[in-house]
Design a protein around this ligand. Structure first.
Ligand SMILES: Nc1nc2c(c(=O)[nH]1)N(C=O)[C@@H](CNc1ccc(C(=O)N[C@@H](CCC(=O)O)C(=O)O)cc1)CN2
Ligand SMILES: Nc1nc2c(ncn2[C@@H]2O[C@H](COP(=O)(O)OP(=O)(O)OP(=O)(O)O)[C@@H](O)[C@H]2O)c(=O)[nH]1
Ligand SMILES: [K+]
Ligand SMILES: [Mg+2]
Length: 466
């Protein structure tokens, strides 16, 4: 049940705090018009049509003008929240915004909680929970890829997929439950082979959606690319070349970089987060050893590893050891032979190349980080990796939200149990229980099943005024 003050008329600034050309204050709820009228000097609003704009003044209790403003009015259900709403555009002074907010509160409005406008839009049926969450992702999106996936979720494709799966399962559950009604007679309305194949079909879709999360999450946060290798391989030089900025200290002293240095660039709409690390070697220096430990950790967490070695000094065994270590991590990688500008004998390069080819399918490139030779090619290669990753997904709907992932995982487990139950010919009611559990988990994703806690958790992460 909704508590009464959950439906107070609420108010909040919709634009950031600070000086700006114009600031917008939003008011939503049953009393929106009554409240604004108390501080409004301008044309009568009672008969004004929805989606109209009005020029006038905001005045305080002494009839002093606080600002000249524009009002946009929205009449229920034709507004974002589907309630009566008004937006006041003031001059963008934090002082004016604060004054107008206090006047509105004095007139009977309550300051909105973070996300409360969107929460109302959800509770009033404008969209489901996945779409409401996508509003926050859309606001946070900083690259075209992040924007694309947020937009896709806002438009409801993931929601429709989940709803479609639920409908199939509801049908499935009703067949099983029908059998329960006739349990004395030991009939099977539901053809077991058909049930099994439907179940495994649904499980497959859930699994593929779940699998897309790793990619979706990376798109949202930026693809982590760890730059690793021995001291002096040129890792920091490469970081700087990629970022086009003197971000990390470069020197000919082995062990220059000790802590992790991270920064981002966007290549054709995809954000990459490059991580420069301490050179990996055995060391008795405690601080350096911690750095080496962190480098190894970053390697594990990366989506792509760039293993850099100096083509002039590296021996083949050392590179092979590195390949071995990386392949054990099961992370996509590129071997980069650096300082190609210094290589005097061409034959040594060919020897390295031949050895690498023979030894593994390891992808490698030769670059000069210092002269920025083939750094652009490296960027194209990174972009290609990400595009291949997306193409390899078995779904064109990409999950980006940890909460969705969590419930997909629970749904997948429940589906496995239902499948197991059918295969081992467990009684229908036990199988039906697992199917109902799956329905529940999928329902929590779209908000067909929710609790106040869950909603509070989701909307409190939104910004003020959203
Ligand atoms: N000034 C302003 N800009 C904004 C928003 C807002 O609330 N205010 N939005 C909010 O975050 C987004 C737009 N979302 C909105 C969605 C629906 C309606 C609305 O008035 N819908 C009516 C009328 C539709 C129509 O005329 O076709 C309706 O659905 O009945 C308004 C904004 C982005 N920009
Ligand atoms: N000739 C040449 N020198 C390079 C190249 N890349 C890096 N160097 C030099 O190699 C030395 C080490 O470079 P760094 O970028 O500090 O190497 P690093 O791998 O970050 O080293 P640590 O942080 O100590 O592990 C510096 O003197 C660089 O100028 C290159 O492509 N060609
Ligand atoms: K160095
Ligand atoms: Mg370094």
């Amino acid at each position: 049940m909704q508590n009464q003050n959950n439906w107070d008329t609420i108010v909040a600034p919709a634009t950031p705090h600070g000086q700006s050309a114009v600031a917008v204050i939003r008011i939503s709820g049953k009393e929106a018009f009554q409240i604004v009228k108390k501080i409004w000097k301008g044309k009568e609003l009672d008969n004004a049509k929805t989606h109209t704009l009005h020029f006038g003044k905001i005045v305080d209790s002494n009839n002093e003008v606080v600002d000249e403003v524009l009002l946009s009015i929205f009449r229920a259900p034709h507004s974002f929240t589907m309630e009566d709403s008004i937006e006041i555009s003031t001059h963008g002074s934090p002082y004016i915004v604060q004054r107008v907010l206090s006047l509105l509160v004095e007139a009977g409005a309550r300051i909105a909680e973070p996300g409360e406008f969107t929460k109302r839009a959800y509770l009033n049926g404008r969209f489901d929970l996945v779409q409401a969450e996508a509003v926050a992702d859309l606001i946070a999106s900083q690259s075209s890829a992040a924007h694309r996936v947020a937009m896709q979720q806002m438009r409801g494709r993931f929601s429709s997929k989940i709803k479609q799966l639920r409908e199939q399962l509801i049908h499935f559950a009703s067949l099983l439950e029908l059998e329960l009604d006739f349990s004395e007679e030991d009939v099977e309305f539901a053809d077991r082979t058909q049930l099994l194949s439907l179940l495994s079909e649904i499980k497959k879709v859930v699994h593929h959606l779940k699998e897309s999360y790793k990619y979706g999450n990376v798109l949202k946060r930026g693809v982590p690319v760890a730059i690793v290798g021995k001291p002096n391989a040129g890792k920091s030089t490469l970081l700087n070349a990629l970022l086009q900025e003197e971000r990390a200290i470069v020197s000919d002293i082995a062990g220059t970089t000790r802590d992790v240095i991270e920064d981002e660039i966007t290549i054709e709409g995809i954000t990459f987060r490059f991580i420069d690390t301490a050179g990996i070697r055995e060391t008795s220096d405690t601080i350096e050893a911690i750095g080496v430990e962190r480098a190894r950790q970053k390697m594990k967490e990366a989506s792509i590893i760039l293993y850099l070695f100096d083509v002039n000094t590296a021996n083949i065994e050392e590179v092979q050891d590195a390949i071995q270590e990386i392949e054990n991590l099961n992370v996509s990688y590129i071997l980069l032979g650096n300082k190609i500008d210094m290589l005097s004998e061409h034959s040594k390069l060919t020897a390295i190349q031949e050895a690498l080819k023979k030894e593994s399918q390891a992808p490698f490139m030769f670059i000069s980080a210092k002269n920025e030779k083939d750094v652009e090619n490296l960027k194209s290669e990174l972009l290609k990796r990400v595009q291949q990753w997306e193409a390899s997904l078995q779904t064109d709907i990409i999950v980006t939200n940890a909460r969705h992932y969590e419930f997909l995982e629970k749904a997948e487990q429940a589906l496995s149990q239902a499948e197991h139950g059918l295969l081992s010919q467990l009684p229908s009611d036990l199988v039906a229980m697992d199917v109902r559990a799956t329905l529940h988990f999928l329902g929590e994703i779209t908000g067909e099943i929710t609790t106040e806690d869950l909603l509070g958790n989701i909307f409190s992460k939104f910004c003020i005024g959203k």
